[in-house]
Write a protein of this length. Structure first.
Length: 122
């Protein structure tokens, strides 16, 4: 006995709805993974530049975001760009200068460009 046409239509509609839900879920997961990657890279930048632990860098990143009222991912992207270009917007730069000494006694430096050797002072 063949299934009723109404049953086939309902099953197809349910399957299409489920597929759409799965596509939405995949899109959300990709977005989260991208944001996580940005944050992880920014934590690495802060840990290296500030000479602090990754846990302290995460705390500093979070505090900068909260105190500047700039979304965490946006702050992270700015810090990643800063590591490449040396340019950082004043709001984030100022808050970093305030936050990093709370975690470590050395002042915040500018990230070195790849291939540029440090000059010694004589």
């Amino acid at each position: 006995m063949a299934p009723a046409p109404q049953h086939d239509a309902a099953a197809a509609a349910q399957g299409a709805g489920h597929a759409a839900e799965l596509k939405d879920e995949i899109a959300r997961l990709k977005q989260v993974m991208g944001a996580r990657s940005d944050v992880d890279q920014a934590v690495g930048v802060l840990a290296a530049v500030g000479r602090i632990s990754p846990a302290e860098a995460w705390d500093a990143l979070r505090e900068v975001s909260m105190h500047t009222d700039i979304r965490l991912r946006s702050v992270a992207r700015q810090l990643i760009a800063w590591a490449r270009t040396g340019d950082l917007i004043p709001e984030i730069s100022g808050e970093l200068r305030r936050q990093l000494p709370l975690y470590h006694s050395e002042p915040m430096g500018r990230p070195r460009r790849h291939g540029v050797a440090a000059r010694s002072r004589r």
